[in-house]
Design a protein around this ligand. Sequence first.
Ligand code: ADP
Length: 317
Amino acid sequence: MNVTKIIGKIPFFKECDQYNISLWQCPSFLFFILGLLNIGAMISTYIISTRLTEEPEITALITISVSLVIFIIGTVIVQGFDKLLQANKMKTEFIRIASHQLRTPLSSLRWANDLLMQGGGLSKPTHEQEEYLEIIRDSNQRMLKLINDLLDVTKIEMGNLPMELKPADIKSVAQEVVFDLNPLAKANNVVLNLKIKDGLSLVLSDQEKCKMVFTNLIDNAIKYNKGKGSVDIAAEKRGDFIRVSIQDEGVGIPKAQQKNIFQKFFRSDNIMKHQTVGTGLGLFIVKAIIDANKGRVWFESQEDEGTTFYFEIPIAK
Ligand code: ADP
């Protein structure tokens, strides 16, 4: 256990844990450091002022004034930090509760809509009614995806995204996702090529979360295509890791915006004219999952030529 972790366990610094921030961003820890600095400043001011003046009252007055100024400035800054963190925590909590409450009625809507589409004991819908029901189903699915993404983001921000790391087979996870996404790929004239050989070592990962990573990356590779194309999904052993690559021939990511790509809600300019549906949360979630897996994720991209996303996760020992 390192020093910052030990300090984080002291009750006075417990809020750092609650806010899920590092010790150096934590108001109570900064306040403590400020106290130490203040003592240091008092001693040095005292030493300097005894050299400048013979009068002990003046020395004491200078020392007290300097430390008072440092103390007031520091307290104001730390209080500001504290308020910002509290507001952020409340916002995250609000999104979490709202998302939770919205998920139940949306799931009921989906269930009722599916029932109507199948007839559900009523007369079968006409062709025109079916088209409207499909619009409702698609909108409902989009809302549910947004709500689920928001819930995952709040869990990540509160530092409690549940992870159950177990040996998992990358190939079978990828196969499942390719099977699920094939209809979407076909509808977009995209061919999915799964190029993972048998016999690859198992990785240490949460199977469901790993599936989420593949789903987000392959879904993007399909969405951001140029009307047609192919997506290659490959994996190979690299030292103690399995490296996965997902390569597309799509619109690419402009060089100037590549540094922002894993930020929450970020969507690049060039895709706005091709594909307006999206939340900008998928890659933020992917990165958080891979980080929690002690792996890394990155990409190479050329605008108008295509993008390759890579991620590495450790082999199970
Ligand atoms: P969303 O797809 O919902 O917008 P993501 O977080 O998954 O959110 O992606 C963020 C942004 O990264 C996308 O809006 C797009 O600009 C860019 N991007 C991600 N994957 C690709 C890709 N394969 N090709 C081109 N751009 C991509």
